[in-house]
Ligand binder design. Structure first.
Ligand code: SF4
Ligand code: SF4
Length: 181
């Protein structure tokens, strides 16, 4: 099927939230790379439009489940360590024209995520680490499974579209970035 292949993000350096100086330096480096190579990164911005669209379709769909199920959850999955981004997440933020959230790196990584508000995550979905969109706990998977088959198929299709568009964006970025490092 066209466009469902993601990207192996392990080719990028590790963004280590346990080393604050190094963490912020790497983010500044990625930001500068976008600023200095805008022309060559044009294909990334084209892919970013597809990522943006896929998020806009998926977000209300996922929220319709999480808003019903999460308030009753006794084992909230959002811990600080999951709210910190990978290198690839930051690349996607900049390609989408988003700012990087101002993470407080001094928090306990096991505590509930600093971005949790009364109504769930306070960050817009495209500004969250990708894993936050991909993680589905058992209660949510069960509800998806119990719902209409057509809805489930649409959901899978949209997830594949997001994965394909994000993979394309990262591949395009990598082809420019790997030549210039
Ligand atoms: S996604 Fe699942 S594990 Fe996480 S808070 Fe919601 S119900 Fe709980
Ligand atoms: S979804 Fe939001 S609150 Fe949950 S771990 Fe991700 S960034 Fe934090």
């Amino acid at each position: 099927m066209e466009g469902i292949i993601g990207f192996d993000t392990t080719v990028f350096p590790r963004l280590n939230y346990k080393e604050p100086n190094e963490f912020w330096e790497k983010i500044e480096e990625i930001k500068a790379f976008f600023r200095e190579n805008r022309g060559e990164l044009e294909s990334c911005f084209v892919s970013a439009k597809k990522v943006e669209h896929a998020f806009s379709v998926l977000d209300p769909f996922i929220e319709s489940y999480t808003s019903r199920i999460c308030p009753y959850c006794g084992t909230v999955c959002c811990a600080n360590k999951f709210g910190f981004p990978e290198f690839a997440d930051v690349v996607v933020f900049f390609a989408l024209g988003l700012e990087v959230p101002r993470y407080d790196l001094s928090v306990n990584e096991e505590d509930i995520c600093q971005f949790i508000g009364e109504k769930g995550c306070m960050l817009p979905r495209p500004q969250r680490p990708y894993r936050c969109t991909w993680y589905f706990c058992d209660p949510i998977l069960i509800q998806l499974d119990l719902g209409p088959a057509k809805t489930y198929r649409k959901f899978i299709h949209e997830l594949q579209s997001l994965s394909g568009a994000r993979g394309e964006l990262l591949r395009n970025f990598y082809s420019v970035w790997s030549k210039k490092r």
